[in-house]
Design a protein around this ligand. Structure first.
Ligand SMILES: NC(=O)c1ccc[n+]([C@@H]2O[C@H](COP(=O)([O-])OP(=O)(O)OC[C@H]3O[C@@H](n4cnc5c(N)ncnc54)[C@H](OP(=O)(O)O)[C@@H]3O)[C@@H](O)[C@H]2O)c1
Length: 274
């Protein structure tokens, strides 16, 4: 049976964002350009970069060369930890735009909730949104206390919250709060960088559905209404990850995967910034 899984998520300001995108952390120069070009050829329409990844220029080069129209591609970039504060954030945005060789960004995120400056940075990002220099604004690594704090001063509810989210780090409290307040959750390091691919419970599901570990995990995300941005520089893996929407995990298996949660993390716990 053909899956009814949606390909795009409607954000809280009614714009559409693809459920699966390409994350471009840890790829540089020609390799980054080639990965973006291959991804666009396969059909990816969401690219997730960041000032911190030091490859915005290469992403921009690949976008410029692509025959896919700019308005069909959803570009995310992020405010670096060293650029917090009202004026600094505005300057950092300009620099990202310049490196990406674009005249607008689709989604601009605060990369980490750094204590000193996150409030002023959000004000700057709201200004960028009001000036229509960015189509949607959001945050990353905002777990429940950070989202609650943001609500006390934000005029705009973040359209997206990007967090580490996998079956082994099933952050249900963040997912529930995001759903309640109309913020789209997006999972980073969704594949655990391959570290959990040998989990026997996952392998059993791979056998049952005749799908790869990456496809089972990415499908789990979409079944929960979560977008994800797996990274790969290999064409066959880019294709494999993109094809994760072509089947449906049964709801019992989604629940089973929720129960894998054990607090396993690739990146830092943002709680240190509280
Ligand atoms: N907001 C944040 O703080 C934050 C933090 C971390 C990451 N991110 C974003 O999330 C993106 C993804 O996270 P990530 O790069 O940390 O990790 P990931 O997507 O979980 O895993 C990427 C790793 O898995 C490999 N891989 C990809 N597809 C595979 C497949 N189908 N089978 C086997 N191996 C596969 C890749 O190797 P190859 O490239 O060799 O294929 C790479 O080593 C990043 O690129 C970045 O955009 C955001």
């Amino acid at each position: 049976m053909e899956t009814l899984l949606p390909k795009t998520a409607k954000l809280n300001n009614n714009i559409q964002m693809p459920f699966i995108g390409l994350g471009v952390y840890d790829m540089y120069q020609d390799q980054a350009e080639r990965a973006v070009e291959s991804a666009l050829e396969i059909g990816y329409r969401l690219i997730d970069t960041a000032s911190m990844y030091q490859n915005e220029k290469e992403i921009g080069n690949a976008l410029r060369r692509s025959s896919v129209k700019r308005e069909e591609i959803f570009i995310t970039t992020k405010l670096n930890n060293t650029d917090h504060g009202f004026d600094q954030a505005l300057k950092a945005f300009d620099l990202s735009l310049q490196k990406l060789q674009l005249d607008y960004i689709d989604l601009y995120l605060i990369h980490w909730p750094i204590k000193s400056g996150r409030k002023e940075s959000w004000r700057a990002i709201e200004k960028l949104y009001a000036e229509k220099r960015v189509r949607a604004i959001g945050v990353a690594n905002y777990t429940v206390p950070f989202l609650q704090e943001l609500k006390t001063y934000a005029s705009i509810i973040p359209a997206v919250n990007q967090i580490e989210f996998t079956p082994w780090l099933y952050q249900k409290d963040v997912l529930d709060l995001c759903k309640e307040q109309g913020t789209q959750l997006q999972s980073y390091s969704p594949l655990t960088r391959g570290i959990k691919f040998n989990d026997p419970r996952l392998i059993e599901l791979c056998n049952k559905y005749q799908r790869s570990p990456a496809q089972i995990i990415l499908n789990w995300n979409i079944q929960l209404g979560v977008s994800s941005i797996p990274k790969s520089v290999k064409v066959e893996r880019l294709q494999e990850n993109f094809d994760a929407t072509n089947f449906d995990l049964e709801s019992d298996d989604v629940l089973l995967m929720n129960s894998f949660s054990e607090g396993f993390r690739i990146c830092d716990d943002p709680i240190q910034f509280l």
